[in-house]
Design a protein around this ligand. Structure first.
Ligand SMILES: NC(=O)c1ccc[n+]([C@@H]2O[C@H](COP(=O)([O-])OP(=O)(O)OC[C@H]3O[C@@H](n4cnc5c(N)ncnc54)[C@H](OP(=O)(O)O)[C@@H]3O)[C@@H](O)[C@H]2O)c1
Length: 332
């Protein structure tokens, strides 16, 4: 799909970006891969590993539309991964989170339309479904901007879609490296905010593969949600520390007990496919003939049941402690 094409990744030095680049370099022959992010040190470090001739490293902020526009010249595909994503930091610095996650999203859309990019996928999170924290609320606003962007771009402009998934195993700042650090420091009782907490669980490779496949599936306007397992936080503790003992520290500001990826209120707009769900746009675009029940790969979806909700606590698929141990070893 990316043969001789140019791909730009905002936030390309992050956990997702690096694995996505690694996948492209191993499995495809892109003309250019452009990393777009702010911090020169992260880019310098990434260049030590990813130095193929097609790699380009652009310093830039998604808050800067002019820079985005010059970076997107002759670009075919964009993955928008740049975000401020720490829940407490967003609560403490709300306007900074809004500037990056919402204004940045609009800048990516404007730049993609003005430079005639072909397809754009923006990464979203389960925290954007029925959000209770500012991070989730900004990602919901971003999702809405990307879905509606298909209207602005018209019949021949870029197509925009969103990929929404849950906790990425081992990503920067997430619970697995946090627990691993504590165990390495000699702590043997791990902290837990609430004993009943559940989360959706996806590996970086699965997330990357899902984004790549959705570039092929997308018609524009979809929110793609993968079918993935859930975990119980106490099972994670046991899988990493080898025992059930834990210390309850209380739920954090803006934290939910369970996460949702397809809210019940969106059931009437949601379709089920073999390995994923699609939340279809609530608005009609210029092209009213788009049939989301058959995607560009020819896969067929069916309307989900009334009141359906894709919820980490009622997910039929939970990972066992043994499966978590195995996954931990594989993703180290
Ligand atoms: N990790 C998860 O568990 C998870 C789950 C669901 C969804 N997601 C979503 O997936 C995406 C990628 O997550 P990730 O785990 O790869 O994040 P990450 O490791 O924290 O990387 C974030 C990237 O964004 C860049 N960035 C931040 N602010 C920027 C700005 N203003 N302009 C340009 N670049 C900026 C960072 O580089 P600089 O600091 O150098 O700019 C970095 O390259 C995010 O949109 C996130 O919301 C993540």
């Amino acid at each position: 799909m990316f043969k001789d094409k140019t791909v730009l990744i905002t936030g390309g030095t992050g956990s997702f970006g690096k694995r996505f680049v690694s996948h492209l370099l191993q499995n495809d022959t892109p003309r250019r891969i452009i990393i777009y992010s702010r911090d020169e040190l992260k880019q310098f470090e990434m260049q030590q590993t990813y130095d193929a001739p097609c790699m380009r490293y652009f310093i830039g902020d998604v808050r800067d539309k002019h820079r985005l526009k010059s970076a997107m010249k002759d670009v075919d595909f964009v993955v928008h991964a740049a975000a401020l994503k720490q829940v407490p930091a967003a609560e403490y610095n709300p306007n900074e989170c809004i500037k990056t996650n919402i204004n940045g999203a609009q800048n990516v859309i404007d730049a993609a339309i003005e430079t005639d990019v072909r397809r754009v996928i923006a990464l979203s999170t389960d925290k954007a479904a029925n959000p209770v924290n500012l991070y989730g609320a900004t990602k919901l606003a971003s999702d809405k901007l990307f879905v509606a962007a298909n209207n602005i771009s018209g019949a021949t402009g870029p197509r925009f879609a969103v990929v929404r998934y849950g906790n990425v195993v081992g990503s920067r700042g997430s619970v697995v490296p946090f627990y691993r650090n504590l165990l390495n420091e000699g702590k043997d009782i791990l902290p837990v905010t609430h004993a009943e907490m559940t989360r959706f669980w996806i590996t970086l490779d699965e997330g990357v593969q899902f984004v790549i496949t959705n570039f092929q599936r997308m018609q524009g306007g979809e929110i793609f949600v993968p079918k993935i397992p859930s975990i119980r936080i106490l099972d994670l503790v046991e899988s990493m520390s080898g025992k059930k003992d834990h210390e309850i520290i209380g739920i954090r500001p803006g934290e939910k007990l369970h996460e949702v990826m397809v809210p019940e209120e969106m059931a009437h707009h949601s379709l089920e496919f073999d390995d994923h769900y699609v939340i279809t746009p609530a608005i009609k675009f210029f092209d009213k003939t788009v049939d989301y029940k058959i995607n560009k790969l020819g896969e067929r979806g069916v309307q989900v049941a009334d009141k359906f909700e894709y919820h980490s606590g009622t997910n039929p698929h939970f990972l066992t402690v043994e499966e978590l141990v195995k996954l931990d070893k594989e993703t180290l």
